[in-house]
Write a protein that binds this ligand. Structure first.
Ligand SMILES: [Zn+2]
Length: 205
């Protein structure tokens, strides 16, 4: 029987490269991959691009209230594998559906995502994947600037660490001077550095 696999790591740990290589491995053998992504970030970002410029078009952007089971069963040909980017944004029910699909249809499901948000709070999708995935793999190649393994995600606003705001940054903010792309960025740091930076910059110490 096929597995539901969750590959996780801090931002910038090379998840997209791993994911693109996984798709390549399947497709170079003539197999069919169905590549999906939760549509939570409304940027219309419908392709995965890594830092080396490799890219792959997303086959389907899944809305939070959509049934992945329904999407898969409506396909003319069932895929050999399903690959999910930004799996932290999946709903609990959608993760359960992916588990069911891996077993009932014998389709390998590879999900990629981050463990926690910039406040160390859980993501619904990752939390459910940690609970029910058949295999869990950590991508631990990302190194903090101090040399330790980077495990936490910092959010920077105009280059300054911030611990306020939504777990998911929303687009279409009414303030016309607000530009998510240029004002916000993320940095992966180790646990020690995360705590040190939070004590320095967070309002609730
Ligand atoms: Zn560090």
């Amino acid at each position: 029987m096929a597995d539901l696999v969750f590959v996780y790591g801090a931002m910038g740990c090379g998840k997209t490269t791993e994911l693109l290589m996984k798709i390549y491995d399947y497709e170079s053998e003539g197999k069919i991959v169905f590549f999906i992504k939760p549509s939570t970030d409304s940027k219309g970002d419908n392709k995965a691009v890594n830092r080396f410029g490799m890219e792959r078009q997303v086959d389907y952007l899944v809305k939070p209230d959509e049934s992945i089971l329904g999407i898969i069963t409506s396909l003319k040909t069932l895929p050999d594998a399903i690959v999910v980017e930004e799996a932290q944004f999946l709903q609990k029910k959608q993760v359960d559906e992916l588990f069911l699909i891996s077993k009932d249809f014998d389709i390998e499901v590879f999900t990629y995502g981050i463990r926690s948000d910039f406040r160390q709070d859980e993501f619904t999708g990752s939390s459910r994947l940690f609970t029910i995935a058949d295999k869990i793999q950590e991508l631990d190649k990302k190194i903090c600037s101090c040399g330790a393994k980077a495990t936490n995600n910092l959010r920077l606003f105009n280059g300054v660490p911030t611990f306020d705001g939504n777990s998911i940054l929303i687009d279409n903010v009414s303030d016309p001077s607000y530009n998510e792309e240029t004002n916000f960025s993320y940095k992966s740091v180790c646990g020690d550095c995360y705590l040190r930076i939070r004590r320095k910059y967070s309002n609730d110490k």
